[in-house]
Design a protein around this ligand. Structure first.
Ligand SMILES: [Fe+2]
Length: 433
């Protein structure tokens, strides 16, 4: 469906769109940038004016982060699991969570439960001689050292599946999903109360590890963010003269369209990315950082339209590589880059799917750095489609199709089975509605 902006009788020019990766990328970038500028100008505003609106808004939020840091306050909101479960999260806490777009859930799982899952994962891989058979990294996104990976391409351990289908995870995901507008213009864009159990990997980083970390980047897409019909509609307010109405929590038009394929793609729509800690981790041991400003996505989307960026350049964004955030184009945003506080095994960490994030480097790490990646990926057309392929991978013990085809678990007898699924698990895999 097409949403026409309410700007009187002006008819804005349509945007060209590419539902698959264009053959000639530089030419398509030139074309879409010209079309986006023309559309903004037809609305009666200039690109500079629209960008200035977002910049001002983001600037205030960057200042807010810097001031909180100067006062010695935690930049990351922290909420107790019991408050989420008992609906006793205060209005102030909710407002702070909305402002920052990221969260640590304390005690999402019991500490002993998380430690038991961590040991369970070790038993699972060792009993199946994973380290002897490990063939090296299946992709080049996460660097790996030696014969023991930090990122285990393992998806179907009892520990992971028990965490994914647990009531406690469903409670946290529901709470987070409800921060979004999931229904508008008579369309239910996603079901905030049903998750699709997006399967992802495990990280186990041993004490003493040296790690280069991961640079600042975003995960929701690459050039498709500007070039597909769905994303153009999702980000409509940035380009039709109604930039003040841009809402990073609006799911409209985000949950059905395609994403350009690539080694870092995520087929699912995630309201929040997340992981669950399986070891205690101090804040200075190579942990996750974010730019805790959901509105920064508006800045990132408009920035390539400014005249200091080459006509065939989207500030370095291209297909098949992660979307970079860099000091050259996004210096203002990176000032706000903030790490998580200390976390304990059983805590979970969440960040809005559009937010810039990175993993800090570490040398001679103290303690383990172990996590299970479990996001919030609510039921929607896009996630329902992907769930069909996930179900096949689950039944066969395959690597899910978003990930390299490594398939270590096919013959592992002690992986989680269809008989171990509870109601949440069955609904998440589309076995029941
Ligand atoms: Fe990422």
């Amino acid at each position: 469906m097409t949403v026409q902006p309410d700007i009187g009788s002006v008819r804005l020019p349509d945007l060209p769109h590419w539902e698959e990766i264009p053959d000639d990328l530089p030419a398509a970038i030139v074309e879409i940038k010209q079309a986006l500028r023309a559309r903004i100008q037809a609305s009666g505003r200039s690109v500079e004016d629209v960008f200035a609106v977002i910049e001002l808004r983001v600037h205030a939020l960057v200042d807010d982060v810097l001031m909180a840091r100067a006062r010695g306050e935690s930049v990351w909101p922290v909420i107790e699991y019991t408050d989420i479960a008992n609906s006793t999260v205060t209005a102030e806490q909710l407002a702070y969570l909305r402002r920052r777009g990221c969260l640590v859930v304390r005690g999402h799982f019991d500490h002993d439960q998380a430690r038991a899952w961590d040991r369970g994962i070790v038993d699972y891989v060792e009993s199946n001689r994973f380290f002897e058979n490990y063939r090296g990294p299946g992709d080049d996104f996460f660097a790996s050292v030696g014969s023991t990976p930090e990122i285990y391409p393992i998806y179907w351990s009892p520990a992971q599946m028990q965490a994914r289908q647990s009531d406690r995870t469903a409670t946290v995901q529901r709470f987070l999903n409800h921060l979004w507008v999931s229904e508008s213009s008579g369309v239910r864009w996603f079901d905030p109360d049903r998750d699709s159990l997006y399967p992802d990997r495990i990280r186990r980083r041993p004490q003493g590890a040296h790690s280069a970390g991961l640079g600042t980047h975003l995960d929701p897409g690459t050039l498709d963010l500007w070039m597909t019909r769905g994303y153009q509609q999702a980000f409509r307010h940035l380009f039709d003269g109604t930039v003040e109405a841009y809402d990073p929590w609006d799911a409209a038009h985000r949950t059905d369209g395609p994403q350009y394929p690539g080694s870092t793609m995520c087929s699912a729509f995630r309201t929040f990315q997340g992981w669950t800690a399986l070891s205690d981790m101090d804040h200075d041991q190579g942990v996750l950082h974010t730019v805790p400003i959901p509105e920064a996505m508006g800045y990132l989307m408009l920035r390539p339209l400014l005249p200091d960026v080459d006509e065939d350049d989207m500030c370095g964004v291209t297909v098949n590589q992660v979307f970079p955030a860099d000091g050259k184009h996004h210096a203002l945003l990176l000032e706000a880059l903030s790490g998580i506080p200390d976390v304990r095994a059983g805590d979970s960490v969440w960040w809005h799917c559009d937010m810039i994030h990175s993993v800090a480097p570490v040398r001679d790490q103290k303690g383990w750095g172990n996590v299970m990646y479990i996001p919030a990926a609510p039921w929607c057309p896009r996630n329902e489609r992907y769930a069909r392929s996930v179900l096949g991978a689950f039944l066969a013990g395959d690597s899910p199709s978003d990930f390299p085809e490594e398939h270590y678990e096919r013959t592992w007898p002690n992986r989680f089975t269809v008989h171990d699924l509870n109601d949440t698990g069955r609904r998440g895999l589309g076995l029941t509605s």
